[in-house]
Design a protein. Structure first.
Length: 337
DNA sequence: CGGTTTTGACCGGCGC
DNA sequence: GCGCCGGTCAAAACCG
C-alpha cells in the first residue's frame, strides 16, 4: 500500500470514543452539536438528562450512524496522530494546556489533514464524491506516480477546505483522497431529510471529482456486491485507520447521491427507482472530518416519495426540531467568528 | 452567460 | 545558487 506523507500504514480499529463531555467548549462532534442545538431549542428545558440522551442518541442514529469526529480523532491519536494534532480540537476533557479558545481550536482544525483511501466500484465508479461541491483548481503529475493528482477547493467562498485526489498506483481501483482545512459553513438541513433545498438558479456541475468519477448511487447492489467499499482514513503520519465500510443497510434503506443535484440522500427501496429523494444540502463541519463516505448508511429507515412525504424522524425520537431554526448555523458561526 | 475544468506558468520549500 | 518537486494561479476552453 502506498503511503501519503511517508509513513507506514497500520490498520487499527476505530476506538470507541469516550462519552462526550458537556458543551463547555467549541465542538464539531455531531452529537455535541445536536446536544447544543436541542439545548437551545428546548430553551433550557429541564428534564432527566439520561432520558434526553437516549432520545438524542436515537435521533442522531437516525441521521448519522457513522464514526464521529471523536472516533476519527481517537483513531488518529491512537495511531500517532502527530504534529497536526487532531487530538487537540474538541478535546474538552484535556487538562491544562489544552486548546480552549475557538481561535486556537480553529487554527488547529485548519492545520488538520487526513486521507481517505477509497476503493472504487468495479465498474469504475467510486465514492470519492463526498457530498461537498468542489472546484478543481489544478492537476499535477506526481513523480514516480503514473496517475496525476487533482486539486480541489470547496466552492463555498468562505470555506478554505481543500482536497487532493489521486488514484493509487498499487491499487488502480483505489482513490487516495486527502482532505485539508476546515469547512467554514454549515447547513442545518444537513440533518434533515424532509426539507427541500432552495431552488438553485443553476444546477452545479457534477464533475467535482476526477473526470472518471461518476456520481455514485450506493444502493443495495453495490452494498451487497463484491464492490463494497473499504474506506481507510489515514492520519497525519500516514497511519491508516479502518473506518467501518458502509454496512449493508436494512432491507428497506439505501443511501445514494442524488444523480441530479449531487447531494446525498436517503431513500427506501420502494422509491428506489423514482430518484425523487429528499435532499440534504451540502456542507457542514461534520464532513470536514467525517465525509459522508465514512458514514454508514442510515441504520434506521428513512422514507421519501414523490417529494411530499417526509422521513419520519419523530418515529425514532420524540424530540422535535424546527427545520427553520437557525440554531446550528448560529452556534457554529458564533464560535467561529 | 456564469460556473467549472483544463493546463501551462509561476512560486516557494527543500535538498544538494 | 541551482534544480527538482509539489502546490497554486490564472487565462482560455468548455459546458449546460
Amino acid at each position: 500500500m502506498e503511503e501519503e506523507e511517508g509513513s507506514s500504514t497500520s490498520s487499527v480499529a476505530v476506538p470507541v470514543p469516550p462519552p462526550p463531555n458537556k458543551y463547555d467548549s467549541w465542538t464539531t462532534d455531531p452529537e455535541e452539536l445536536m446536544m447544543m442545538m436541542v439545548d437551545e431549542a428546548a430553551v433550557q428545558q429541564e428534564g432527566p438528562r439520561r432520558r434526553r440522551d437516549s432520545m438524542l442518541n436515537k435521533l442522531i442514529s437516525t441521521v448519522y450512524s457513522g464514526p464521529t469526529i471523536s472516533d476519527i480523532e481517537s483513531a488518529l491519536s491512537f495511531t500517532g496522530g502527530g504534529d497536526v494534532d487532531a487530538r487537540n480540537y474538541n478535546n474538552s476533557s484535556a487538562g491544562p494546556g489544552a486548546l480552549s479558545s475557538p481561535e486556537k481550536v480553529l487554527m488547529s482544525k485548519m492545520e488538520n489533514k487526513y486521507t481517505l483511501k477509497i476503493k472504487t466500484c468495479g465498474n469504475g465508479s467510486s465514492l470519492a464524491e463526498d457530498g461537498y461541491k468542489w472546484r478543481k483548481y489544478g492537476q499535477k503529475s506526481i513523480k514516480n506516480s503514473p496517475n496525476p493528482r487533482s486539486y480541489y477547493r470547496c466552492t463555498n467562498p468562505r470555506c478554505n477546505a481543500k482536497k487532493q485526489v489521486e488514484r493509487s498506483t498499487d491499487e488502480p481501483d483505489t482513490l487516495v483522497v486527502t482532505y485539508e482545512g476546515l469547512h467554514l459553513h454549515y447547513t442545518y438541513s444537513h440533518f434533515l431529510h424532509h426539507q427541500q433545498p432552495p431552488p438553485q438558479p443553476k444546477k452545479p456541475k457534477l464533475g467535482a471529482g476526477p473526470p472518471q468519477q461518476p456520481i455514485v448511487v450506493m444502493d443495495d447492489d453495490l452494498l451487497h456486491g463484491p464492490a463494497q467499499q473499504d474506506i481507510i482514513t489515514t492520519g497525519p503520519l500516514g497511519a491508516a485507520v479502518m473506518a467501518p465500510a458502509p454496512a449493508p443497510p436494512p432491507a428497506a434503506a439505501s443511501f445514494c447521491y442524488d444523480l441530479d443535484d449531487d447531494v446525498p440522500a436517503f431513500f427506501d427501496d420502494h422509491d428506489h427507482h423514482h430518484h425523487q429523494q429528499q435532499h440534504i444540502t451540502n456542507g457542514g463541519l461534520l464532513e470536514d472530518m467525517v465525509p459522508l463516505l465514512v458514514r454508514r448508511p442510515c441504520t434506521t429507515t428513512t422514507t421519501t416519495s414523490a417529494g411530499s412525504t417526509s422521513p419520519d424522524l419523530s418515529a425514532s425520537s420524540s424530540v422535535s426540531w424546527n427545520p427553520t431554526s437557525p440554531y446550528i448555523d448560529m452556534a457554529i458561526l458564533s464560535n467561529i467568528f
